[in-house]
Design a binder for this molecule. Structure first.
Ligand SMILES: Nc1ncnc2c1ncn2[C@@H]1O[C@H](COP(=O)(O)OP(=O)(O)OP(=O)(O)O)[C@@H](O)[C@H]1O
Ligand SMILES: Nc1ncnc2c1ncn2[C@@H]1O[C@H](COP(=O)(O)OP(=O)(O)OP(=O)(O)O)[C@@H](O)[C@H]1O
Lengths: 218, 218
């Protein structure tokens, strides 16, 4: 099976297509705007101008032969919907859509989208979270059924130059230091006598609330 | 100092504002569209209708007293630019702007933005990366100066029911298993005899290339 097609080469769609191409995958890009096709044609494997709400046009590029189709049409929800329904009818196994609102997301999931992305909404939430805990450089949750997370911090200045044991992080915050990165070196399961130096990067494991308190240290 | 103001309450800006409010912070929201202000007024601490390119209007809400101002105006770059320059002149310490293109980002950084976000671009790259390694549930890099990363995977079926030692992950892939999560339980630094069960979540540390090979296992 061919891999990826992207319908709608706006900022979101074109970046999906370009990133896939950069990583060695052939992408079919579709857009009804000939200027967009002209711009994208030198940059992706195949760029075709057609109206994706037209089932015959989608058949003509054998859209059903693609494993994953990304439908990146934002501003015209009816176009987005029509295109999604058509791809579903043509048996595309994995359909990923952009949506602008949660109501649109619900509708798209109900009519056959496998996954829906709301770029502006997600970026707004992500920015707010980084403003709320600016010392937490990165993190991810260990799952939807748990409040454990892994998080990355620069060593807070108030514990720099202490040993891990002296800093007493586990007792004071309930979190565990899994990794210390210093420059290019990485120490896993650092021993209690390991000295925390300024600019070290710590990777810690703990519950959301514990990690949030630790994040307030800076 | 007051904390947060958001100028431009479109999808990106409104979600920044709402997430900050949900986490207990008072937000000043500014938008020139009275319908937007009417919608947002019940949801945030203060919603003011004004044209943010007007320096006197921004002075009237004491914008310089805010530590962080998010300028979430996308489609009119001149408005975005004017507002950014005005906030800079009024001594806002931390200015974060939305941009549509990398050229806009460069300009905004040069005229005083501390950070620039391109939501559609970043979402497109992020989606493509998740399509390229669908078994890698989450990850983060340990820094811009290293290719070490932490990543989260569901146990690949071909090694489920083996012990960590039998699976020989470290020798075969060069990556280290830091955490095994099973249901609600979390085991740090699992011993070699730990059995990997289907549905376990693994957190591993390794170089980008090693993690990418491990990601192909599913
Ligand atoms: N029926 C259609 N068939 C093919 N392409 C379409 C169709 N409708 C819209 N497009 C294309 O999809 C692209 C993105 O559409 P639109 O501008 O509506 O979305 P957007 O969400 O605002 O984009 P961005 O990703 O830049 O935020 C445009 O280049 C447009 O030409
Ligand atoms: N000069 C200005 N002063 C105050 N508000 C403004 C100004 N210019 C634009 N806005 C507001 O900013 C909001 C977002 O603007 P716009 O629609 O240009 O951005 P967008 O990037 O498309 O939004 P979204 O975040 O929904 O993707 C709108 O509600 C608009 O009224």
């Amino acid at each position: 099976k061919k891999e990826f097609a992207v319908i709608g080469l706006g900022r979101f769609g074109s970046n999906v297509a370009l990133t896939l191409e950069k990583n060695g995958h052939a992408v079919l890009g579709i857009d009804e705007n000939p200027e967009v096709i002209q711009q994208m044609a030198p940059l992706i494997t195949q760029a075709v101008g057609l109206d994706a709400t037209n089932e015959n046009a989608l058949r003509s590029v054998d859209i059903g032969s693609f494993h994953t189709v990304v439908i990146a049409i934002g501003s015209d929800f009816e176009n987005n919907l029509m295109t999604t329904v058509t791809c579903k009818n043509l048996s595309v196994p994995n359909i990923i859509c952009k949506a602008l609102t949660i109501r649109q997301e619900e509708i798209l999931l109900r009519i056959g989208a496998d996954r829906v992305i709301r770029p502006e909404h997600e970026a707004g939430v992500r920015l707010a979270e980084s403003l709320l805990a600016p010392s937490m450089l990165e993190y991810f949750s260990l799952g939807p059924d748990t409040d454990y997370r892994l998080a990355e911090f620069e060593v807070p200045s108030c514990i720099a130059c202490q040993s891990l044991a002296q800093s007493d992080i586990r007792n004071r915050y309930g979190i565990s230091v899994l990794v210390i990165k210093r420059g290019r070196d990485v120490v896993m399961n650092p021993p209690p006598e390991a000295i925390l130096q300024p600019n070290d990067i710590l990777v810690v494991l703990g519950h959301d609330k514990e990690i949030e308190s630790f994040a307030q240290l800076n």
